[in-house]
Design a protein around this ligand. Structure first.
Ligand code: F6R
Length: 261
């Protein structure tokens, strides 16, 4: 796992966007796994800047959202379908027909989950999966004790996740109770994982995911299984890591040939 510690949230967004830009430049039809929430916003805004500068294009790319709330109206501003459209599809110039979000309004949620897995498979798999991490260590909405082998499925949101996400809604009662989420097994199948975190409130989750034992109690620790996982954090989110000197030394001395990997 590569761990990169940068001074500010803006630096995190820029560096992570650079990783996505390398993937899309090498393969214009790449499939990008798209996280929502506040963590990846800096990535999307920096990618939009690169698109506007003519450096990269997402016209042929495919996109797969990580998750969606169950039962939320499609047009609700906090549905992940709305957020993906607003923060990703429009500013990055994706073809909307090439971007999918799990269907949290399906009458048969199990079939919707299986269909989502099939769509990822038909696209040839995800080339790079963008991830945030919850304060309880979840990735996607794989809450603590999710199986490392899990696939896209319905999950019950943990009370802490609903409390954390209440800031996006009028009240805690308005936060949905369930979601459809890519499973940990689905996420681990992506060719590369790119997790970003900013702020002191993520420091415990980052330390547990990166340096703690492999445990389904900290779903983010699943990244330790992946051969090509990058974690990019600001100083505050890195504040509870123990090997920070080593991570900084490694990054500062990265050979030129390895810079784009
Ligand atoms: C979002 C997702 C979640 C968030 C996590 C952090 O699609 O899957 O795992 O990445 O809850 O949320 P923020 O970034 O809002 O702190």
């Amino acid at each position: 796992m590569e761990i990169v510690i940068l001074p500010t949230p803006a630096d995190v967004g820029r560096a992570a966007a650079g990783k996505v830009a390398v993937v899309i430049s090498a393969n214009p039809t790449a499939a990008i796994g798209l996280a929502t929430g506040s963590s990846p916003r800096g990535i999307y805004s920096d990618l939009a800047r690169r698109v506007n500068a003519g450096e990269v294009s997402f016209e042929l790319a495919r996109g797969f959202a990580l998750d969606e709330y169950v039962g939320i109206a499609l047009e609700h501003p906090e549905s992940y379908a709305s957020i993906i459209d607003r923060d990703v599809v429009k500013p990055l110039g994706f073809d909307p027909s090439r971007v999918r979000v799990p269907d949290g309004r399906a009458t048969d949620l199990d079939a919707a989950a299986k269909g989502y897995e099939a769509a990822i498979h038909a696209a040839g798999g995800i080339d790079i999966q963008i991830l945030g991490i919850g304060t309880n260590g979840h990735i996607g909405f794989n809450e603590p004790t999710s199986s490392f082998a899990s696939r896209t499925r319905i999950k019950t949101l943990a009370p802490r996740t609903r409390e954390d996400n209440a800031r996006f809604f009028d009240s805690l009662d308005d936060v949905p109770t369930h979601c459809l989420t890519q499973g940990l097994g689905t996420i681990l199948d992506a060719r590369a994982l790119l997790l970003v975190a900013q702020g002191e409130q993520k420091a415990d989750a980052i330390a547990a995911a990166v340096e703690g034992p492999l445990t389904s109690f900290v779903p983010g620790s699943a990244l330790q299984f992946h051969a090509h996982a990058t974690v990019i954090v600001d100083e505050a989110a890195a504040s509870k890591l123990r090997l920070t000197d080593y991570y900084r030394y490694t990054y500062d001395n990265k050979p030129e040939w390895q810079r784009d990997q």
